[in-house]
Design a protein around this ligand. Structure first.
Ligand code: PNS
Length: 159
């Protein structure tokens, strides 16, 4: 089975992430969206909330499933028989860091990283930008699915 992982923080998932995940699902038998459990990084949504939100917005795709992991991504890949990591590249500024990670991940583990060009519609999008806009009452409805938009509104209102 050709299995890929789309890893990330997804705090929260955006249309940019979804674009890459959906397109990746056409090239693999199974795509795992893996949420990093990072205890050192503060987040707006808990890992459980993020998993639930991602599951909701990907439920129409039968070969996409959602999981979480902690530690090295390549160890997770080995434990789940994942051969490929899929990442989106928005701009040249993403490339240097992503190349470094892809090379570290390849060396020693043999897990390949496949880069997909982000759709131009989403090239400026990031979870940080969405959170900042939402925090100041900006309209993020074109950047995240409706359920995520509602969750963001509730969270910035302190609920
Ligand atoms: O959405 P993000 O925060 O940009 O995603 C980054 C992520 C989680 C994909 C990356 O930081 C990662 O893979 N972290 C796990 C630790 C690891 O394996 N690092 C790479 C080798 S040093």
């Amino acid at each position: 089975m050709r299995r890929a992982v789309c890893p990330g923080s997804f705090d929260p998932i955006t249309y940019g992430h979804l674009d890459i995940i959906e397109r990746a699902s056409h090239h693999f038998d199974e795509v795992i969206v893996a949420v990093l459990e990072n205890r050192t990084k503060s987040s707006l949504f808990t890992v459980e909330e993020r998993i639930s939100m991602i599951s909701e917005v990907t439920k129409k795709f039968p070969n996409i499933r959602v999981d979480s992991w902690s530690g090295l991504l390549v160890d997770y890949c080995k434990s789940k028989s994942v051969q490929s990591i899929v990442k989106g590249l928005r701009a040249v500024s993403d490339f240097e860091y992503e190349l470094q990670m892809a090379q570290v991940n390849l060396q020693g583990s043999g897990v390949e990283t496949m880069f997909m060009a982000t759709s131009p519609t989403h090239s400026f999008l990031s979870s940080s930008l969405v959170k900042e806009l939402a925090h100041y009452g900006g309209d993020v409805s074109s950047m995240v699915p409706p359920t995520i938009n509602e969750a963001l509104k509730r969270r910035v209102a302190g609920k």
